[in-house]
Ligand binder design. Sequence first.
Ligand code: HEM
Length: 241
Amino acid sequence: MKPSRDESPRPDILKRHSLAVRVMHWVNVVAVVVLLMSGLQIFNAHPALYWGRSSYTGAGPIFAPGSFPGWMTLPGAQWLAMGRRWHLFFAWVLVLNGAAYVAYSIASRHLSRDLWPSRADLRSIGRSIADHLRLRHPAGEAAARYNVLQKLAYLAIVFGVLPLLVLMGLGMSPSLDTVVPGWVDFFGGRQSVRTLHFAAAMVLTAFVAVHVFEVLVTGAWNNLRSMVTGWYRLPSPKGPS
Ligand code: HEM
């Protein structure tokens, strides 16, 4: 959504997020939280990861952290069957919502205008990393648009990590084997696919942690309000509101 001041009472307040982006963002948040927690529920049934086609090769696990505590799992400490049902249901929510978000972002030109980095953006990556490490964030007009690190992170999540997560998830369901026999062997086998699914979920978790941290340190109320009502106040150079 092109930041617009059409209906804005003040020049420093603008409409930053369209209704469609806001709704799809929060549906995504619910789906991701339930998927991560029900995924840990399923993981707890066999809390070890292997590489290759099978876990019965005698090679032993490549990662065995033990079970995750019950408060981190849904719908309860040890309920594999129900954990799977929640996981598969919200996987559909994630995929359908994600597909709608990508289709909307292309059709509305949100992708090309607001998320795709310009050449000037790419040239500013080094400076943006240095600024972020010093917790120095854009203010005034410069804050009207996403900075280059936000753009690259959102694109990597939407077009990289989430599709890989879904594909590796499909790799654990034998049904796809009937369509493309042996495709999981391209990734090293079913156990490798399970490990890559877990690894992608951990990358997503790290993204959410940094994302929420940045939302909080650049003006928690202003940012959250913008993702609920759409309205965003440009931070003044003196500091976030
Ligand atoms: C409780 C957790 C979360 C909170 C509080 C949160 C908050 C926000 C806020 C305030 C923005 C707007 C940033 C800005 O205007 O500069 C935003 C944008 C965004 N968030 Fe989140 N977020 C959360 C979780 C997630 C998750 C789980 C994902 C994806 C897996 C995600 C992906 C995105 C994306 C892609 C955008 C850009 C949306 C667009 O303009 O198209 N967020 N988030």
